[in-house]
Design a protein around this ligand. Structure first.
Ligand code: GDP
Ligand code: MG
Length: 177
């Protein structure tokens, strides 16, 4: 969209989805505030965080939405998805059940979106190598089969967190510009 000076500004809505306790809230707090919480409770109050980056000399703002824990009851509402142009679908590499749920999350995302959504499959908690339950190859091949970007991350030690968000933001930018 254009502003009054004839320049351009961008605001993209991105949603984070995936099973309970995979690290969605910590991925967002790591990216937006460089914070990690070992005993994080369900998010209260804040619906989203806004983070800016520069692409092609333009300010691009990402409004990144986090659930308030309603995914525990499989009750993420259509309002949550409304207008989203990017999504991180997160599982926990140390819990296979969360990987098995990815298909369901993709279906739900598709049901609620009426536009192209830049999608990244995120295998979080890659710091837990010693109790890994899903291989990197499995993550990669699911992503390939579904046409998603893929990255393993750790909100705990910061591995690939910034990268994962920024790849999605750049892809959205490419989709709209
Ligand atoms: P959410 O329910 O998906 O929002 O998950 P949370 O962000 O609340 O995290 C659930 C639990 O996993 C918390 O105890 C976090 O400290 C922990 N956690 C989140 N990310 C990581 C990570 O990258 N590595 C490890 N080891 N623990 C994590
Ligand atoms: Mg949460």
């Amino acid at each position: 969209s254009s502003d009054d000076e004839g320049g351009e500004e961008y605001l993209f809505k991105i949603v984070i989805i995936g099973d309970s306790a995979v690290g969605k809230s910590n991925l967002l707090s790591r990216y937006a505030r460089n914070e990690f919480n070992l005993h994080s409770k369900a998010t209260i109050g804040v619906e989203f965080q806004t983070q800016s980056m520069e692409i092609d000399g333009k300010e691009v703002k990402a409004q990144i939405w986090d659930t308030a824990g309603q995914e525990r009851f499989r009750a993420v509402t259509s309002a949550y998805y409304r207008g989203a142009v990017g999504a991180l679908i997160v599982y926990d590499i140390s819990r296979r059940t969360t990987f098995d749920s990815v298909g369901r999350w993709l279906e739900e995302l598709k049901t609620h979106s009426d536009t192209t959504v830049a999608r990244m499959l995120v295998g979080n908690k890659c710091d837990l190598e010693n109790i890994r339950d899903v291989s990197v190859e499995e993550g990669k091949s699911l992503a390939e089969a579904e046409g998603l970007f893929f990255m393993e991350t750790s909100a705990l030690d910061s591995t690939n967190v910034k990268k994962a968000f920024e790849i999605v933001i750049r892809e959205i930018y490419n989709n709209v510009s």
